[in-house]
Design a binder for this molecule. Structure first.
Ligand code: ATP
Ligand code: MG
Length: 326
């Protein structure tokens, strides 16, 4: 069985972007592939965090994965920092990655843009991500379009290592959703909706209340045309809302365009809000039941044991190949 692996940072509460770009694919393919889903908390400390908040968010993330449809019986669910081998492998990979290729990563350029003191970890983040993937002989990595470049770097590093030291790593492939690969910020629809963005008005969190969702969508940036049509370049706000509506209504953008062709923006936004609220209601319901249940710890303990064993075998092979150990 092919293996897929994905992770969503506890850098903020999960958003509809996290759901549409990342989690939904893992849910869709969980019967077809062996699925790993983990909390990449070590990635999150590449930018400043409040330790207490980060702690609490880790488990909330896990509860949300399951509430979104990740079945714990079909998935291996774990926390990155509970497996020490991720960082160990990252070090070996860093020694086989180049400054030039790491410097080309657009996420690094964007995230470091306004920083005075840039943490080295923010620069090496994609190499830790390569370790997350290569440690487990991953075939597929479901991600949004923003992470495609990082998966490609993981492929390059794996291929280089295999050529140098002999066949060691499987070369992974990114799995990008067709229509929901980049959900945009509601306030700034030429920018990706990101959970760590400061202005929360442009972000819909999975646990936002109905009232908050209505308000955020009502104040979403649009344009002055007042007709509903998909045109990502000239009408990014409306196009984003069309994509969101189509996702939650399980239909196509073309059908939605047709449906709203005579509607004004106010009515259209009202319907989008309704669709999002209805779509998120069962997730919230399931989350509430899960968050305080003891089941979560049991799931995470089992996940940790399983991935630790796999990772230990892989790191031993890697260390031997590069000449480490006695
Ligand atoms: P941060 O701002 O801290 O980077 P994020 O919102 O970008 O957070 P990540 O944890 O970095 O979320 O990404 C988790 C997964 O969700 C990745 O596969 C990423 O590509 C996907 N994803 C994140 N935001 C979006 C989005 N707006 N549209 C589609 N996919 C997204
Ligand atoms: Mg991100």
């Amino acid at each position: 069985m092919k293996r897929m692996l994905t992770g969503l940072q506890p850098s903020g509460e999960l958003t509809i972007g996290s759901l549409m770009g990342g989690i939904s694919q893992s849910v869709q393919y969980q019967d077809e592939y062996e699925s790993f889903i983990f909390v990449p908390d070590m990635h999150t400390i590449t930018v400043p965090q409040d330790p207490k908040e980060l702690h609490e968010r880790i488990k909330r993330n896990v509860a949300l994965y399951i509430a979104c449809g990740i079945d714990p019986d079909k998935n291996t669910i774990y926390i990155q920092s509970e497996n020490f081998y991720h960082a160990n492998l990252a070090w070996v990979l860093e020694c086989n990655a180049y400054m030039g290729e790491a410097s080309r990563m657009t996420q690094y350029k964007e995230k470091s843009q306004n920083m005075k003191n840039i943490p080295v970890g923010l620069f090496t983040y994609p190499i830790l991500m390569a370790a997350d993937i290569l440690l487990y002989d991953t075939d597929y990595v479901p991600v949004g379009i923003d992470q495609k470049q990082h998966v490609e770097l993981a492929r390059d590093i794996a291929t280089r290592f295999n050529n140098k030291y002999g066949e060691t790593f499987k070369v992974p492939e990114p799995m990008i959703p067709k229509t929901t690969a980049k959900i945009m910020d509601l306030q700034n629809p030429t920018k990706k909706m990101s959970k760590s963005t400061q202005n929360q008005k442009g972000i819909i969190y999975l646990l936002d209340t109905e009232e908050v969702i209505r308000k955020k969508i009502a104040s979403a940036t649009t344009d002055s045309d007042n007709f509903v049509k998909y045109d990502a370049e000239n009408k990014p706000g409306i196009s984003n809302l069309l994509t969101i509506y189509a996702y939650f209504k399980k239909t196509t953008v073309e059908e939605v365009e047709e449906h709203f062709k005579d509607s004004n923006y106010k009515d259209f936004k009202g319907e989008v809000a309704k669709a999002v609220i209805e779509g998120l209601a069962p997730i919230k319901e399931k989350y509430k039941k899960l968050i305080n249940s003891e089941k979560l710890d049991k799931i995470l303990d089992e996940g940790r044991e399983k991935v630790n064993a796999l990772a230990e075998a892989k790191i031993k092979e890697v260390y031997h190949k590069v000449g480490l150990f006695r």
